[in-house]
Design a protein around this ligand. Structure first.
Ligand code: PLP
Length: 435
């Protein structure tokens, strides 16, 4: 066997650089995490060689004796990790990502042009929840289905459940989607169920961001009220990059009418081909880890760190959407300071702090969002506790002060912060930042 280093040194070096970037920077992107060595071993294993279209016991290819056992183990662990009974819930573990999981779930539950309501992207929702602008349908979930997004309250930043309910009377959706990519608060699934029941709508929760926290029982439980729950496996759940779709089983229902057969069929053959067996094995490892007391302690620490960071920033007079967080992420509204999210992201990049610009309540333009999203799950995996997040808050404070200073007093500073190609030679201030 020839190693990657021998076979392709150019690529090997790029991976080494990325490894160093991950190790040496402060990773605050809310959707990222560091998987364990065991997860990476399974993900990089010989399982990538195998085709296995179909489901365990019903494949279109031979040689799937062990692949069947791996997929069944993954399914069993998925139910166990979320404390689900196999009489009431089933799961499909084949989606390649969160986006394909969502599209397959919609394809299984709905007809073409069915009406859906999900949280709008500028309010923190995900593209795949029906995102469209005034001018254009952006996501396949708004191209193939009719979408009427709901929003957060422009003053409080909390989901406006009352307005959602009112709009369901106008739109009569077949599906309501809850869950988000940038929402710092927990969800009221009971209320959402009541709203959905008003029009016999399905209720689906996309818990991509918070699934590790849900598995640990430190967030409200969507399984109590939803028909379908989707998730990515690589965020707070700390697995490989993939998706899962959980569906509720109804006792006595004909198989053809069940969500189980509709969703399994929607994943394969409707929207995907052969499962990525290496990924499924790696998910199984992550789910085993997620069912341990150590993981529950991790999830609690993620939230404690997020609350710590929130209180440090608030005590310095900064504004956070909803004034805090219930989960692993914060939305920092930079409008009062007069710095855009992209400028702050740029300054942080130069300082070795990785985070992303994000729209926040009251933004006029989605192109230049007025805030940033900060998550605590990755650094918590590296052992950060509250005291460390005090230091992170100090660094962020330094970053924002430098951004303000460069914009205000460095000649051409505003342009410098916009221009991605800026070099250290162009400004002593930038040199100071980099150092
Ligand atoms: N759903 C939510 C809520 C997300 O935040 C994301 C990704 O960030 C996705 C779905 C899509 O996941 P993926 O990038 O794996 O397609």
């Amino acid at each position: 066997p020839i190693s990657l280093k021998q076979e392709d040194p150019e690529l090997f070096n790029l991976i080494e650089h990325e490894k160093w970037r991950q190790f040496s920077s402060l990773e605050l992107i809310a959707s990222e995490n560091f998987t364990s060595l065991a997860v990476m071993e399974a993900n990089g294993s010989i399982l990538t060689n195998k085709y296995s279209e179909g489901l365990p016991g019903a494949r279109y290819y031979g040689g799937n004796e062990y692949i069947d056992q791996i997929e069944n183990l993954c399914k069993k662990r998925a139910l166990e990790a979320f404390r689900l009974n196999s009489e009431e819930w089933g799961v499909n573990v084949q989606p390649y990502s969160g986006s394909t999981a969502n599209f397959a779930a919609l394809t299984g539950m709905l007809e073409p042009n069915s009406r859906i309501m999900g949280l709008d992207l500028p309010s923190g929702g995900h593209l795949t929840h029906g995102y469209q602008t005034d001018k254009k349908k952006i996501s396949s979930s708004s191209i193939y289905f009719q979408s009427m997004p709901y929003q957060v309250d422009p003053v409080t930043g909390y989901v406006d459940y009352e307005k959602l309910e009112t709009n369901t009377h106008l739109f009569r959706p077949k599906l309501i989607i809850c869950g988000a990519s940038a929402y710092p608060r927990d969800w009221d699934y009971k209320k959402l169920r009541a709203i959905a029941d008003g029009h016999q709508s399905y209720l689906m929760a996309d818990i991509a961001h918070i699934s590790g926290l849900v598995a640990s029982g430190v967030q409200n439980n969507p399984f109590e009220y939803c028909d379908v729950v989707t998730t990515t496996t690589h965020k707070t759940l700390r697995g490989p990059r993939a998706g899962l779709i959980f569906y509720r089983k109804v006792a006595g229902q004909a198989k053809a009418d069940s969500l189980e057969s509709k969703i399994d069929f929607a994943v394969f053959p409707s929207t995907q081909g052969g499962p990525h067996n290496n990924t499924i094995a790696a998910i199984a490892v992550a789910l085993k880890q997620a069912a341990t007391p150590e993981f529950v302690a991790y999830a609690k620490q993620v939230i404690a760190n997020s609350k710590q960071l929130a209180s440090c920033l608030i005590s310095r007079g900064y504004r956070l959407t909803t004034d805090g967080s219930d989960n692993h992420l914060l939305l920092w509204d930079l409008k009062p300071i007069g710095i855009t999210g992209s400028k702050m992201e740029k300054v942080c990049d130069m300082m070795g702090i990785t985070l992303n610009k994000n729209s926040v309540v009251g933004d006029k333009s989605a192109v230049s969002p007025g805030g940033i999203r900060i998550g605590t799950s990755a650094l918590t995996s590296r052992g950060f506790v509250e005291a460390d997040f005090k230091v992170v808050a100090d660094f962020l404070n330094e970053a924002v002060e430098l951004a303000v200073e460069i914009q205000a007093s460095v000649p051409g500073g505003s342009k410098l912060l916009k221009d991605f190609a800026v070099t250290a030679a162009e400004s002593p201030k930038i040199q100071e930042l980099r150092s």
